[in-house]
Design a protein around this ligand. Sequence first.
Ligand SMILES: Cc1cc2nc3c(=O)[nH]c(=O)nc-3n(C[C@H](O)[C@H](O)[C@H](O)COP(=O)(O)O)c2cc1C
Length: 480
Amino acid sequence: MPFESIREYIDRLEDIGQLRHVKSKVSSDLEIGEILRRLVYKQGPSVLFENVDNYKMKVLGNAFGSIKRMEIALEMKRFEEIGERIVGLTRMEIPTSMIDKIKMLPKLSEITEYAPKTVNKGTVMENIGKANLLDLPALRSWPNDAGRFITFGLVLTKHPENNVRNLGVYRMQIIDEKKAIMHWQIHKRGAQHYLMKKEKNEKIEVGVIIGADPATIFAAVAPVPEGLDKYLFAGIVRKKGLRLVKCNTIDLEVPADAEIVLEGYVDPNDIRIEGPFGDHTGYYTPPEPYPTFHLNSIMHRDDPIYHTTVVGKPIVEDAYIGKVIERSFLPLIQMFHPEVIDFAMPAAGWFQGLAIVSIKKIYAGQAKKVMLGLWGLGQLSLTKIIIVVDHDINIHDMNDVIWAITTRVDARRDIIIIDNAPTDTLDPASPLLNLGSKLGIDATQKWKEEGYEREPQELSVVDNVTKELVDRRWKEYNLE
Ligand SMILES: Cc1cc2nc3c(=O)[nH]c(=O)nc-3n(C[C@H](O)[C@H](O)[C@H](O)COP(=O)(O)O)c2cc1C
């Protein structure tokens, strides 16, 4: 059975020895941040800080800081299954007989099974009312951070026209009891919902969920296809629909057993300067204007657990969530680009920095077709550098990738640069905020049709007879 709440997940971590309790008094101002960083950099355990100076709530950190924990959290070992489920649901055959129609019924019931259900009661409703952002033990993680930030809030909005719900993890800088600056970057769905309301000079209702079941947290980070409700996506991940309850002051639904839910709105007429903030790139993102979230009301469980994370120079906790995104979205990439064999976003490149793709090339120029296609696909449009290699390259082995680049690339012929394209807001190198250039490296073996007039050199590989001979006699050489 999937986890219904982060508490069930914490219990599981406890059972398998992956959770530590810190009972000494610790400060949410820099100290917890440094403790968590030391743990995440060595894939250490999850931690529950039980005595946070000046705050009543316990703080959970490093909940997902290893692949092993992601496997436990999402109850699977092959994350590609997630994308395969989505692709499976979209593959509808045209029924030509009654039997065909009957065969389609399980697929329809699968969708019903994954869909969220609204219920009347949930443990998140145990405490409703008194709302004060200063009660949250939000961290100041880095010495030059502008203040205290909510870093793992799942920000819930509804598309103003089609009502599809989005969850995105966007950090929020706490200003006072009722206000926090909402750092939704321009390319993200939350910002787009907000801009649609802003055009009509309207505020947008926003819920912020802190501490939810792992699949919902994963859904908030995942760049799902446009139009897919993130609660439905979470249901697809967990193979079971979520239980939701209605908020009290806004027309939105939240997981019934969430730890904390903030209800409020973002006001387009209240813009403030957010940051600096020590970010995913390892640099402080400089101050920029963002709109302000206003808190109406709060719901929380008894003795709520405040879930947080720290970011910084890779490789930190978000790398493991990113790895799951990389694996789970491969089948979706292949839906649009069937020549793609594998896809990698190395964590050191903070995901939007670099993608490596292997393809089975069947026509000239295909590597460029794949690059250009990926630069037009959702959040992949923000990727700065794309390297395309042939299917004989293991893209998860950087030595293999470097070998392909250095033996199959001619700089003038195989490199493309696209100027003035959208870049990730966090990119410290782009000449302008959100605008910069893209680098594409076609590291596939070139053909005559691609302007390689020389006779291709033969790969030096061992012949089968010698290989079998040495295999057979290996023990005899006594080399182990
Ligand atoms: C810990 C963490 C913090 C993040 N902070 C931000 C943020 O402050 N602003 C932002 O736009 N995206 C942030 N992201 C990335 C988004 O959550 C991610 O792009 C997600 O797909 C949301 O995009 P969407 O709402 O368009 O689906 C963060 C991700 C993680 C894991």
